[in-house]
Design a protein around this ligand. Structure first.
Ligand code: TYD
Ligand code: MG
Length: 455
């Protein structure tokens, strides 16, 4: 009997090799190679002529475009991120860290989704009793939800074919396995195989599918991002685990833009939509203390106003400590250096703590000026007016640089009843619309601090 052909595959990145290797040359991880059988497919046995007869190129114009049918998920925030609802027959990947709320959100979606037909919820992680307990807590009594506790994908495939549901949930791809592979559950080849099997079955029957995937610490689903290219839409649910706010972000969308985000709050009754994030994020301010200011950032295409807080204390060690919660640590260190050099504030002997309220993470440079102002405010113990919003990027020479989408940011500040906005002078010069705001343009940080009232 001929020996079965095998190949060695890296479980981290999927790199293949004819012989076993201790270290993967592609991703440099150690001890990740395992042996896998080469399965001969039907097309592998066909001659080139047979293959050619099976499929040949035709004029693109001779095809009819199909109309996208969109189904509302029952969540406005989710619909917006998807570009107007779930497209019938599409394959969606929802990623996020364990415990962030993926299963909860999807169970609520199963309850709210419109359209005829059943929903099949396949879970390899939790038992029917556990899911039922969660459903009871969320007040879900929908008769259309079918449950299958299974990890073998071939059994799942059969269930899908028999039931022919309108929506299939696989919770999660990392817990499923296929009999055809010897690779470990959750490895790259298993996860790929599961996805391609589900894709073949569901695309042919126009069944919408949501795959739930856990993200590992370094931010990848199933090791590397091996599934993103296979699916139509990739969504990530983010947030700090011990804060209640969650952000749903579109990373890839074949049926819409990826610029939108959705905001949710994890409550005792499950995930609740937040239609006006600014309102919630600045609602807990108490009085007008020093070391707090409001900044503006753009999440997706929406402007959001957020509170920044800072604290400075005398450092008891030789090296002063900088702690950044919600912004990049190196950015904070850089901005403090600019503040010291350009305004003469002596922060060298101070520990500086900076916090973005609500567990949000901001990567935008437009918050630079706010970071500087709030640090100076607490150091000098002078409060910043609570009716002021501060925005602007700061360069290494202390200049305040232009930021994007200024009109949207100003409109949001106006809508929420703020009175003053401090913005880059270069932005102010280009403004066309009239606002019911006192708009102050600034060129550098010294001028900004003076006009904010800290100098
Ligand atoms: P879950 O949806 O299981 O997370 P994932 O599927 O992403 O791993 O969410 C688990 C967390 O959510 C758990 O710590 C408890 C919390 N939770 C609530 O706060 N409220 C609720 O109504 C539910 C169902 C869960
Ligand atoms: Mg889960």
């Amino acid at each position: 009997m001929a020996k079965a052909k095998t190949v060695f595959v890296c479980s981290e990145c999927g790199n293949e090799s004819a012989k076993w290797l201790g270290k993967c040359p592609a991703c440099n991880s150690w001890n990740t190679f395992y042996e896998q059988k080469i399965v001969e497919t039907k097309s592998g046995k066909m001659s080139a002529k047979q293959l050619r007869e099976k499929n040949t190129p035709k004029k693109l114009n001779s095809y009819q475009a199909e109309e996208e049918i969109r189904v509302s998920t029952g969540f406005d925030e989710l619909n917006r991120v998807l570009g107007g609802g779930l497209v019938k027959g599409s394959l969606v990947l929802l990623g996020g860290e364990p415990g962030i709320g993926k299963s909860t959100l999807i169970l609520q979606l199963c309850n709210k989704i419109q359209g005829e037909g059943a929903v099949l919820y396949v879970s390899g992680e939790e038992s029917a009793e556990q899911i039922k307990m969660r459903a009871d807590r969320l007040g879900i009594k929908n008769d259309n939800i079918m449950f299958l506790g299974e990890t073998n994908i071939e059994i799942v495939d059969n269930a899908i074919i028999e039931l022919n549901p309108k929506l299939v949930i696989i919770d999660s791809v990392q817990t499923m396995y296929s009999d055809e592979l010897t690779a470990a559950i959750g490895s790259v080849s298993q996860v790929r195989e599961i996805t391609s099997q589900i894709m073949r079955i569901c695309k042919a029957r126009k069944i919408t599918t949501i795959l739930i995937g856990h993200v590992t610490k370094d931010g990848n689903i199933a090791g590397p991002r091996v599934l993103e290219h296979m699916v139509d839409t990739v969504l990530y649910l983010e947030g700090e685990r011990y804060f209640s706010y969650r952000i749903l972000r579109g990373i890839k969308n074949r049926f819409g833009s990826t610029n939108e985000i959705g905001m949710f709050e994890m409550q005792d009754k499950g995930m609740c939509e937040i239609s006006n994030p600014s309102d919630v994020l600045i609602s807990e301010r108490d009085g007008n203390p020093a070391g707090s200011c409001i900044i503006s950032c753009i999440e997706g295409t929406r402007p959001v106003l957020i509170e920044l807080q800072a604290l400075t204390t005398v450092s008891i060690y030789g090296i002063p400590k900088r702690t950044a919660n919600g912004i990049d640590y190196n950015r904070l260190a850089l901005l403090i250096a600019v503040l010291e050099k350009k305004t003469g504030l002596q922060l060298g002997s101070q520990d500086v703590y900076l916090n973005v309220v609500g567990g949000m993470r901001i990567n935008e440079p437009s918050i630079d000026l706010g970071v500087l102002a709030v640090t100076a405010s607490i150091f000098k113990n002078i409060p910043i007016s609570k009716e002021m919003v501060i925005m602007g990027e700061v360069g290494l020479t202390g200049e305040v640089r232009r930021i994007n989408m200024i009109e949207k940011r100003l409109k949001e500040a106006e809508k929420l009843g703020f009175k003053t906005c401090v913005i880059p002078e270069s932005n102010k010069k280009l403004l066309k619309d009239k606002y019911k705001l006192d708009i102050i343009g600034v060129k550098n940080i010294n001028e900004a601090l003076k006009k904010i009232g800290i100098k």
